[in-house]
Design a protein around this ligand. Structure first.
Ligand code: NAD
Length: 586
């Protein structure tokens, strides 16, 4: 049974064709209209539609010539944006005659929805628009124009970048060849291509109509792309608030395309996702959560445009982020940074009070929600309990930051087995427990996610003073690389973040081996002073962590010395080894 079975079906007759329209949910609730792209049919939305149906009146339709809607005759000239707008108006007149609808478009569904939200005759019929992976052809035309008329090296680079991503658009303009390809070999291999290249679950999708959808849909390009790009409309301003969701790994569209969007959209909300093109299939939880949040904000009149500097303020909106060691230093700063970016945050620390304080401040910083949990990451049972509680109470984690760690300094022969156990238990086993317990559920859910393991520059820069600490961090780095390889095809990114010297509390809690208590205190104070003088703030590490998640970076040295040591270890390892012999003065 497909997810859409049980939906109410109606046919809408307009302009000589019949559109197949499905409805789910309570018709008295706000209406959300989902418009599919190319080469798709309404079923591309099945996962999102069922998630939204509990709260909204959800409407999906097959675009003319696709799925179970009929095709115009002749095809040429039958797919212009003006005709697609007629179809949209006919559908909304039928399903929501008295109330404007919330429009959501993906790919070509988004391209045409940009027309719906910028032409005069739909004014008052669209309450909001959520756009994914499909720009306005008018905005695109002006974007190209600006780069051709006022070229700078950067702008030319952007133009060439997008030009290369648009190879298929040129092909679709050739006569007959696309139709033959889709009805022949391409149609046969398309589900496999989607699975391999896009990581798409393809059990009930694409549907049996794929070949004719793709053949008919070629006219979407032929009827519109060239004329609009040559003569883009001057007045293509959005008359409703717009939420733009940009998957950063989109093979077909560069995120730079949207650089000038604020000029066209007075009320704009921006979101990004580290994923590929088909996010309605690969990230239905996240996509539905963002649609729901946006629609409810617009319905309650709270979608005010954030100041320009905050354009990306909500970039982790609605995501569940768990940070260990969140009671201090890098962990606390990371929890705040995710909170500011709109995430729901779980702050975990063995120091319960410190975790509670972080959660409290995170709420004030802007977190959608924040909770504190007390757990020692080195304790397997405590971590199992934590995972059970988090999954039951807050849901599957979207971003896991294994940050908790302790410092240990002293030569190999002064480091006792107990010292080794403690540092490996926290720094390595803590990360293993986190990855195992939270990563497994992330993988099982099948909608991607990200794991950040906080290692250290000590992971690749050996030192005679830090044998145990460096070993624990090198293990974390290698674990992250291995896991990254294993989880890549589940679209779960893994990053190892490797800071240098960061001004946190770690210096006053780190253990120095082989010295008495008094000397221990003296060394702690001295290293705290040195780190204080270096004064690299944990907030900068936090910002690198958010960036690593967004860009799915593998290994991220933070601080100039960490980057320098990384370069040494790779390019001149001999130097790196000589540096390892230097005895630090403490
Ligand atoms: P910090 O001491 O300021 O914060 C560490 C937090 O982790 C504390 O709140 C502590 O209570 C918590 N914690 C420690 N052991 C725990 C355990 N077993 N279970 C749960 N919570 C625990 O230190 P920081 O500098 O913010 O360190 C964070 C991470 O960054 C560590 O993994 C550290 O090794 C790494 N790191 C720090 C630096 C630096 O210069 N500060 C450099 C490279 C890497």
């Amino acid at each position: 049974m497909t997810a859409l079975e049980g939906a109410r079906e109606r046919r809408v007759h307009t302009g000589g064709i019949d559109l197949c329209v499905l409805e789910l949910g309570d018709p008295s609730a706000p209406t959300v209209v989902l418009v599919h792209g190319y080469p798709d049919s309404k079923e591309v939305w099945s996962e999102v539609a069922t998630r939204l149906a509990g709260r909204f009146h959800v409407v999906l339709y097959d675009v003319r010539g696709h799925g179970r809607s009929t095709a115009p005759k002749p095809l040429r000239g039958g797919f212009t944006l003006a005709k697609l707008t007629d179809d949209f108006l006919a559908v909304v007149d039928a399903v929501s005659p008295d109330r404007p609808v919330h429009l959501v478009g993906h790919d070509w569904g988004s391209v045409q929805s940009w027309e719906f939200v910028t032409v005069g005759r739909t004014e008052g019929r669209v309450a909001s628009f959520t756009s994914m992976s499909g720009p306005s052809l008018d905005h695109f035309g002006h974007w190209i124009d600006a780069r051709v008329k006022r070229p700078t090296p950067r702008r030319v680079g952007q133009l060439l970048g997008q030009g290369a991503k648009s190879w298929y658009v040129y092909l679709l303009h050739t006569p007959v060849v696309p139709e033959l390809a889709w009805r022949g070999p391409l149609g046969r291999s398309w589900p496999g291509i989607l699975r391999r290249a896009e990581g798409l679950p393809t059990d009930d999708y694409p549907t049996a109509s794929l070949r004719s959808d793709a053949a008919h849909g070629a006219w979407l390009y032929r009827d519109n792309v060239r004329p609009r790009l040559r003569r883009p409309r001057e007045d293509a301003y959005a008359h409703a608030p717009v939420q733009l969701i940009t998957p950063l790994g989109d093979a077909f569209l560069s995120e730079r395309l949207y650089d000038d969007l604020e000029h066209w959209v007075p009320r704009l909300t921006l979101r990004t996702l580290p994923d590929k093109h088909w996010i309605p299939r690969t990230r239905p939880d996240q996509v539905s959560a963002w649609i729901e949040e946006f629609v409810l904000a617009v319905e309650s009149g709270q979608d005010a445009q954030p100041p320009r500097a905050d354009r990306h303020a909500q970039r982790f909106g609605g995501q569940l982020v768990l940070v260990t060691g969140a009671g201090s230093g890098i962990g606390r700063a990371t929890a705040f940074a995710f909170a500011e970016a709109g995430a729901r945050v779980v702050a975990v620390d063995r120091d319960g009070e410190a975790a509670a304080r972080t959660a409290e401040l995170a709420r004030l910083t802007g977190a959608a929600d924040a909770w504190a949990e007390t757990a020692d990451v080195s304790d397997e049972q405590a971590m199992e309990k934590l995972a059970e509680k988090v999954h039951g109470a807050y849901g599957v984690v979207d971003v896991l930051v294994n940050n908790a760690g302790i410092g240990l300094s002293g030569s190999f022969f002064t480091t006792t087995p107990e010292d080794w156990r403690r540092v490996l238990d926290v720094n390595l086993w803590g990360v293993i427990h986190g990855c195992r317990l939270f990563g497994a559920r992330m993988a099982e859910r099948g909608q991607g996610g990200h794991i950040v393991n906080v290692a250290s520059a000590a992971a690749y820069q050996p030192s005679r003073a830090l044998p145990a600490y460096s070993t624990s961090k090198a293990a974390v780095l290698m674990l992250s690389e291995c896991l990254r390889a294993e989880l890549a095809d589940r679209r779960i990114g893994v990053s190892a973040v490797c800071p240098g010297f960061v001004n946190t509390n770690i210096t006053s809690t780190a253990r120095f081996t082989g010295v008495d208590e008094q000397e221990q205190r003296r060394r702690r104070q001295r290293s705290a002073r040195l780190y204080g003088m270096r004064n690299y703030p944990p907030e900068k590490v936090a910002s690198a962590i958010l960036d690593a998640v967004e860009r799915n970076r593998a290994v991220v040295p933070v601080t100039p010395e960490a980057r320098g040591m990384r370069a040494l270890s790779r390019l001149v390892p001999g130097m790196s080894r000589r540096l390892a012999k230097v005895e630090p003065k403490v």
